[in-house]
Design a protein around this ligand. Structure first.
Ligand code: SDX
Length: 372
């Protein structure tokens, strides 16, 4: 192996390239230079999507044009709706797999599919961002056995996502909570799914293929799938009184506590408290049945901090928040995709703009010198 090679399991601590999209440090999380609390407080998801994809804050006119393009791109072609109806009811399907399948299928009907130019990839990014929300909505309609709910052009992206999933308009507070969660989930540097997308784009393969791979990576419970796994764990705990015995047993059996820990953030995830506070305030208004889930979660967080110095990441409050809003658990990670598509697309465009094939080394540990 060449002298300058550095070995690190899981590429921990390795700088694998340069990027101008996002900075993730214990000291702060920045999208294109804007700090995450500032964005969560003062921006909308559509503004953040524009910022990530185009690279700067939109003017009023630029934002109106972008929102119009997104609204016009929301509807799926009938043949894609038929595919959603098929895959959403398949015997062994998970919504993340169904979403991956439909996104991959949409490539075959996108005239820009084989075009990796920045202009074509911006067009594809807008289409994918708009349509992934529609796929999730239609999927939920099929699972609920109800008619397909078509996108409502009068609603913003977050409100329309909830509307399509439920067939009823959300309250302003619910739409705002989803909008902020989409901002928090939008981008996070070279995380596993984004890096997957960059590796695929790095061979000069196309955006739909890179996004299909990124969806598969995000599904895993060590990554985006943790928001579902965290809520399933909280449901397994079931009551505040059961937290201590549950955690004692988890530590004894070396069970990973989903929604906790992070490869970069070792003193807590900047995004977690923002979403926790919104979800807890919503639960407080809904009453004690909803608050109970946050009380369980808060007790789990205290034990993890006191005994392990391991802190909640964004997936932990996401699980509780989406749960008390009545969003079905298997749709949590698909909703993560509906947001992270903007970060993935920004990185795929950046990779194609200044490409270098991504190909690390491995340390060989197998046998040698054998005769056949
Ligand atoms: C996301 O990268 C990103 O930016 C991802 C993300 C994004 O926005 O894209 O932030 C989104 O994926 C957040 C992470 C969601 N995943 C989970 O919540 C799953 C549970 N978390 C762990 O699996 C773990 O914390 C990771 C995978 C997130 C990070 O793992 P690392 O950096 O590889 O650290 P590690 O697993 O080596 O842990 C170090 C030690 C270990 O102890 P030892 O085995 O060395 O004795 O801490 C322990 C771990 O066992 N530990 C945990 C734990 N997380 C770490 N122990 C129990 N429960 C946990 N959650």
């Amino acid at each position: 192996m060449s002298a300058q090679a550095t070995k690190s399991e899981g590429l921990a601590g390795i700088i694998a390239g340069q990027s101008a999209v996002c900075s993730v440090e214990q000291g702060g999380l920045y999208y294109r230079g804007y700090e995450i609390h500032d964005l969560a407080e003062n921006a909308t998801f559509e503004e953040v999507a524009y910022l990530l994809l185009i690279g700067d804050k939109p003017s009023g006119a630029e934002l109106e044009k972008f929102k119009k393009q997104m609204i016009e791109a929301r509807a799926l072609p009938d043949h894609a709706v038929e595919l959603v109806k098929k895959v959403a009811k398949a015997p062994a399907v998970h919504p993340m797999d169904a979403l991956r399948t439909v996104v991959s299928y949409l490539a075959h009907f996108d005239p820009d599919c084989q075009d990796n130019s920045k202009e074509a990839e911006l067009r594809k990014s807008i289409r994918l961002t708009a349509q992934i929300a529609t796929i999730i909505g239609h999927m939920q309609n099929v699972i609920d056995g109800r008619d397909i709910v078509k996108p409502d052009p009068a609603l913003g992206h977050a409100a329309n996502l909830l509307y399509m999933m439920r067939g009823a308009k959300p309250t302003e507070e619910e739409a705002h909570i989803i909008d902020v969660s989409l901002i928090l989930y939008a981008e996070h540097d070279f995380n596993a799914s984004t890096f997957t997308g960059r590796v695929i784009a790095g061979t000069l393969s196309d955006m739909h293929g890179a996004v299909t791979g990124a969806i598969a990576a995000l599904k895993g419970p060590l990554h985006g799938g943790a928001n579902e796994a965290a809520m399933e764990m909280i449901q397994e705990v079931g009551s505040v009184d059961n937290v201590e015995p549950f955690m004692k047993n988890a530590f004894a059996t070396k069970r990973k506590i989903m929604g906790f820990g992070h490869r970069v953030y070792k003193e807590g995830d900047h995004r977690a408290a923002i979403l926790h506070n919104l979800g807890r305030a919503y639960a407080d208004k809904k009453g004690k049945e909803a608050v109970k889930w946050f009380e369980i979660g808060e007790k789990v967080q205290k034990i993890m901090a006191d005994e392990k110095k391991i802190y909640a990441n964004v997936d932990f409050p996401c699980g509780m928040t989406y749960f008390v809003m009545g969003i079905p658990v298997p749709q949590y990670t698909p909703i993560f995709v509906a947001s992270r598509i903007t970060g993935w697309a920004a990185h795929i465009i950046e990779q194609h703009e200044n490409n270098k094939l991504i190909r690390p080394l491995s340390e060989y540990t197998g046998p040698s010198g054998l005769k056949w």
